[in-house]
Design a protein around this ligand. Structure first.
Ligand SMILES: C[S@@+](CC[C@H](N)C(=O)[O-])C[C@H]1O[C@@H](n2cnc3c(N)ncnc32)[C@H](O)[C@@H]1O
Length: 274
């Protein structure tokens, strides 16, 4: 790993994450021989609005039975949802070895290890042939990647002609200063935010055709307002993203909410076709 990737990996790293999730499930009296996807969905979807927004993204195209590549797949929740609910074969590429180990173990835990595959690697150097996947999918990853042309260029390269690129991401809306920590970066040197229009220019220059886009900012603001209220009233969830974000969970979420409300950042999902 190059020095920047190492620092990004350290930002997300949580030693023994799978074992911690198992211990929390056990504490909740969940039978470890019969864990459902819903038992882990509050920890295995690491983006604003979690499982709900992944489901919305999946229904933006006819994704049933397709081969999907998830760039920066985290703990693998979106891939498992696509495999389980849409009969997809889903492959995730992910920088963090600990996340890859956890993602594969969680798939085994819920019986989806034959339809989801997680490998360690860098999304800017994909170990796949040209034109390999029906769908390339990414959520909340490119903010950690300085070389946007390589990231989107690789997505384009491995996508089959006619295939779809689906994204749900955090973008800069205004040029004002960003306060850290944020969920994806404890400090500015790990964060590479661009505007949605800059992304559109890059992918359209590559040859992707825009199909649709949705501003998800207001939905994100409502989600965080309600989540932070719950955390303030009842404390952090027993099984949640606080297992990854640690002691700074509330300041990371509060900062992101504040920047969305002030119009410095925005959330957008969308679909392109090759
Ligand atoms: C905020 S998490 C989102 C995870 C997942 N996409 C999800 O929505 O549940 C960002 C993820 O991107 C991964 N990541 C960052 N840079 C990457 C890169 N260059 N290649 C692959 N994964 C990367 C991180 O390790 C982390 O798991």
């Amino acid at each position: 790993m190059n020095p920047l990737d190492q620092k990004i990996e350290e930002h997300y790293h949580k030693e023994g994450l799978f074992e911690e999730i198992l211990a929390r499930l056990k504490n909740q009296n969940i039978d470890l021989a019969h864990v459902n996807r819903s038992d882990i969905s509050s920890v295995d979807e690491f983006h604003v609005r979690g499982a709900a927004v992944s489901k919305e993204l999946a229904t933006m195209i006819d994704i049933d039975g397709k081969t999907v590549l998830d760039l920066g797949s985290g703990l693998g929740g979106p891939c498992r949802m696509l495999a389980d609910e849409f009969n997809c074969t889903a492959t995730g590429i992910e920088l963090s070895p600990e996340f890859v180990r956890t993602a594969n173990a969680l798939s085994k835990l819920v019986g989806l290890e034959d339809k989801t595959f997680f490998i360690q690697g860098n999304a800017t150097r994909l170990p796949f042939e040209d034109n390999s996947f029906d769908v390339v999918w990414t959520q909340h990853v490119q903010m950690n990647i300085p070389d946007k042309s390589k990231f989107y260029g690789e997505a384009y390269r491995v996508l089959k002609p006619g295939g779809h690129f689906l994204y749900y991401d955090i973008f800069r809306k205004d040029d004002g200063a960003i306060q850290y920590p944020m969920p994806w970066a404890a400090r500015e040197s790990l964060s590479f935010l661009i505007k949605n229009g800059e992304m559109a220019q890059i992918v359209e220059d590559l040859g992707l055709q825009p199909i649709s886009k949705t501003d998800q900012t207001q939905a994100g603001i409502e989600f965080f307002t309600s989540l932070l209220k719950k955390i303030n009233e009842y404390g952090p969830p027993k099984i949640g993203l606080n297992l990854i974000m640690g002691d700074s969970t509330v300041s990371k979420l509060t900062n992101l909410l504040d920047h969305l409300q002030k119009g410095l950042l925005m959330l957008e999902s969308g679909v392109y076709q090759k």
